[in-house]
Design a protein around this ligand. Structure first.
Ligand code: SAH
Length: 337
């Protein structure tokens, strides 16, 4: 059992780190750099696709720490990497059960935004992770304490990372909101929601891992290296493959620095509001991941034009029915007289 809330665990020393990675190409540079060894036998249930690599890394605080990198594995049927949220969530759960980490990192590649100054190979540390693909609009449910909590907000998730501005400065990484969905492409609705959530990168795993960590009270961060520019003019898949190697090397470099900085220290020591041009002051004082503070609740602008029309038609139908009923009742009344 992993004990203590996420907030209290920020003040424990980081000695065991689990890193969850979707693609072999993203994982290899870090595995090679630190000579991590595949766990044999696997610590996971028989038939599980993910593969764990472990080793000791010397941290800046002067001690050796244990790092387990979990690659989500390869699909037996389609022979591709197990990308997206399902495999990421399963890997996170199984590796927390197996390794009892003090910190989980979702590491990988992502799409960045030129309008926010992203360049290929830039690496971002999460301030928060959200799901832009879990859309559950207009489902208002009264909660027990009388506050209105909505399934819409549950859908987005809002998994806060601990405040780590000093770490970002020390590791030379940018910071911001990491947003996940199960799709590589970016629909108009995705783009609208990514912007309204203030996302700086778009990828396919982080929020799923963040959810597992929130449930099990394990501190969590995401570290993502940019392979493609979402608002650029190249086709995502093409650009992604063209830059995968370069972005994976950049990821290895920054991930090694982050792990080296954090090892043997407490996450709480790295709080701070210095971020590379991104204001994270709203995160200061955030005690736990999950839940959304007032500042995070943005107007979703969920209702598309279609939704507006549907609402208008519904209102018109209600008015029509009321008028019809009124006339009918009047006629019955007059007929009786
Ligand atoms: N076709 C590839 C999978 C690519 S999916 C294969 O054969 O394995 C893209 C992977 O990179 C996901 O793990 C996702 O997290 C990340 N990614 C990079 N750029 C992305 C973008 N623009 N949108 C969503 N995910 C992206």
């Amino acid at each position: 059992m992993v004990e203590g809330s996420t907030a209290s665990r920020r003040y424990e020393k980081v000695q065991v780190i689990v890193i969850i990675v979707a693609m072999e190409q993203e994982a290899q540079p870090f595995i090679l750099k630190h000579s991590l060894k595949e766990n044999n036998p696997s610590p996971f249930e028989h038939g599980s696709p993910m593969i764990a690599y472990s080793g000791e890394i010397s941290a800046a605080a002067g001690q050796m720490i244990t790092v387990h990198l979990i690659w989500n594995g390869r699909c037996k049927i389609h022979n591709v990497n197990h990308v997206a949220t399902t495999a990421a969530g399963v890997s996170a759960y199984a590796s927390i059960a197996a390794f009892k980490p003090d910190l989980v990192i979702s590491a990988g590649t992502a799409g960045g935004f030129s309008e926010l100054g992203a360049k290929i190979g830039d690496v971002y540390l999460s301030t928060k992770c959200v799901f832009h693909g879990r859309r559950i609009p207009h489902s208002v449910q009264p909660s027990r304490d009388g506050c209105r909590s909505t399934l819409e907000e549950y859908g987005f998730g809002h998994f806060r990372s601990p405040p780590l501005g000093h770490l970002a400065a020390a590791a030379g990484v940018k910071q911001g909101v990491v947003s996940s969905s199960d799709s590589l492409d970016c629909s108009a609705m995705d783009l609208q929601l990514l912007r309204s959530e203030g996302a700086v990168v778009k990828e396919m795993e982080a929020a799923a891992v963040a959810w597992v960590c929130q449930q099990l009270s394990v501190p969590f961060i995401a570290l993502k290296s940019v392979t493609d520019i979402v608002d650029g003019d190249r086709r995502t898949e093409q650009e992604f493959y063209a830059n995968l190697e370069r972005a994976s090397e950049a990821l290895q470099w920054r991930l090694s620095t982050v792990v080296g900085c954090l090892g043997g220290t407490r996450l709480g020591e790295w709080a701070g509001d210095r971020a590379s041009g991104v204001d994270i002051s709203h995160n200061c004082g955030a005690e736990d991941s999950g839940g959304s503070s007032g500042g995070d609740v943005v107007s979703r602008k969920f209702v598309s034009d279609d939704g507006d029309i549907q609402q208008w038609l519904f209102s018109a139908a209600v008015v029509g029915l009321s008028v019809g009923l009124g006339i009918g009742l009047s006629l019955v009344y007059l007929g009786r007289r």
